[in-house]
Structures are given as structure tokens and as C-alpha cells.
Design a protein around this ligand. Structure first.
Ligand code: G3H
Ligand code: ZN
Length: 287
């Protein structure tokens, strides 16, 4: 089976993006696996610091390992991780990749800590298991939730291609998450963030490594179908998965308020996650 590095390189060459979906529990994990199987595509699952505290770092790592042993091409990413120690914990637990998110730090500090994560990941990698490190610069907001307004100063903090090139050169990251107009979360009142497609292309040619688009929920399908061609080899979706899960569970409980069997009242939420995930996997890969 391909390593994550090989899967990302293959996506880069085919000019498509792989889907990355955040989860908090094993029900969502099963839904994502079912969607990936239906679309016959590799898939990434991601857990942020909060999500993995709830799920359990070793629990999610064990599930992914078991799925891989069963031949399923699924990779595990430690999403937005804010300290070197937390990065070391997931690397030691067998994750395939980690994002050190130092986007709120001064550039020098962001580069230095990202560099330290890269060195640690390299020291723990071997031929069969190479841990990828993603760095982040620019502002895309912090939480995958329903928002009344876009995060402050977002459009003033888009990633500059030259700064991105320096960050990549000096930190040694494998992948970069730039700020290109998307945001974490989705506007309650609707309204699509405008993805700066020209900026993606400029950053891609300045850095020469795969880009990762964060904040996918809420963007237009047309933009999301295009970003793979421009150099984004992974696209992250979280808010839409959360909404689909909750809406399905709410509908079940509204239909039968006395239902107490989790496998019954959760099923519609799981089905919602599966449908949403499959839609995005197909959109990013054009399949
Ligand atoms: O890392 C997670 C993502 O960037 C999710 O963004 O909640 O807007 O889909 P989203
Ligand atoms: Zn993100």
C-alpha cells in the first residue's frame, strides 16, 4: 500500500486533491471509510487537539492501523497542533502526519518550532513509515463552527508567496497550509468565501511542495473542484461533517423522542456524514 507521502505525490501528479475529514468518534470514522470505498479513493482522517482528546490518541491510531491492515487506504493526521510536545505525542503514537500550527506566532518562532517538529518526525521515520509535517502561515480562523461573521482581518492576512517560500526553505516542511481566502467554519447567513485561485498558483510555484487547503466548508463547489489542479493536494472539511452528523441525529430524535439505543438514533447522523464525505471526495478528485 502507498505511504501517505506516495499518495500525496500521486495526487499532486494527477492534479487532484485528496479529502481530509475531521472526526470525533468511531461512528464518523466508519462513515468516512464507507464514503472512500464508494468513491474508490484514498482518504485522510484528521483529529484536532480537542477531537483527539475526546476520541483518544491511541484509540484513533489503533483504528486506523487496523483499517490499513485490512487493506483500506486511510491515513491519520494530527490536525492543528500547537506545541512541540503535542506533536511528539502523535508522532510517537504512529500518526502519518502532523500539522504544527504556528500561524499565530511571529514568523521566526513559527519557523523554529516547525523546524524542530520536522527534525523529530525525521528521527522517527523509517522506510515503511515516513511521518509528514505540515506548516501553516497566514490567517484562516481557528474553529470549525457556525459563524456570524468572517474572522477579523482575515483578508489582510493572506499568505505572501515569497514569505511562504522562505518558510518552507527554512522549516523543511513537506506540505504547506497557506491562507488563500477560505476560513474555518461556515457563515450562518450563507455567503461563500472567495478562494484566491491565482494566489494558490503563485504560492505553489514559489514553494514547489504540495499545498493543503484548510477551511473547505462553505466554499463553492466550482472552486473546490479547481484547487487540486493548482497545487492543493489535500482539502480539509470539518464544519460540514459536524453539521451533517448533528442534523441526522436531531432528525432521528425528532422522529422518536423516546429512542435510547445509540445505534438507532446515531444511524441517520452517520449516513449524513457518509453522504457529505463522498460528495467531497468525488468533487476534489473529479471521480
Ligand atoms: O482543519 C480543519 C479544516 O480546515 C476544516 O475547515 O471546518 O471550514 O471545513 P472547515
Ligand atoms: Zn484547518
Amino acid at each position: 500500500m502507498q505511504t501517505l507521502k506516495e499518495a500525496v505525490e500521486a495526487a499532486w501528479e494527477k492534479k487532484i486533491a485528496l479529502g481530509h475529514f475531521n472526526l470525533s468518534d468511531s461512528n464518523q470514522f466508519n462513515a468516512v471509510l464507507a464514503a472512500a470505498a464508494a468513491a474508490s479513493m484514498p482518504v485522510l482522517v484528521g483529529v484536532s487537539e480537542g477531537e483527539r482528546k475526546f476520541f483518544g490518541v491511541r484509540n484513533v491510531a489503533a483504528l486506523v492501523r487496523a483499517a490499513r491492515e485490512a487493506g483500506i487506504q486511510v491515513y491519520l493526521n494530527a490536525d492543528h497542533t500547537y506545541s512541540l510536545d503535542a506533536c511528539k505525542e502523535v508522532i510517537d503514537a504512529g500518526f502519518d502526519s502532523v500539522i504544527f500550527d504556528g500561524s499565530h506566532l511571529p514568523m521566526e518562532e513559527n519557523i523554529a518550532t516547525t523546524r524542530a517538529v520536522v527534525e523529530y518526525a525525521r528521527s522517527k521515520s523509517n522506510g515503511g513509515h515516513e511521518i509528514l509535517v505540515e506548516g501553516e502561515i497566514g490567517r484562516i480562523g481557528t474553529s470549525s463552527k457556525l459563524l456570524d461573521a468572517p474572522p477579523e482581518d482575515m483578508d489582510k492576512n493572506l499568505t505572501d508567496p515569497e514569505e511562504a517560500a522562505r518558510f518552507v526553505r527554512e522549516s523543511g516542511v513537506d506540505m504547506l497550509a497557506p491562507a488563500v481566502g477560505t476560513m474555518h467554519g461556515r457563515l450562518v447567513g450563507g455567503g461563500e468565501p472567495k478562494i484566491d485561485l491565482a494566489r494558490i498558483e503563485a504560492i505553489r510555484s514559489a514553494v514547489g511542495i504540495p499545498l493543503v487547503l484548510h477551511g473547505g466548508s462553505g466554499s463553492s463547489d466550482t472552486d473546490l473542484a479547481t484547487v487540486g489542479k493548482l497545487g492543493c493536494s489535500i482539502v480539509h472539511i470539518n464544519t460540514d461533517i459536524r453539521v451533517a452528523y448533528r442534523k441526522g441525529i436531531e432528525a432521528s430524535l425528532a422522529a422518536d423522542a423516546k429512542e435510547i439505543a445509540p445505534y438507532k438514533f446515531l444511524a441517520e447522523g452517520v449516513a449524513g456524514v457518509e453522504q457529505m464525505t463522498e460528495k467531497y471526495i468525488r468533487l476534489f478528485a473529479g471521480v
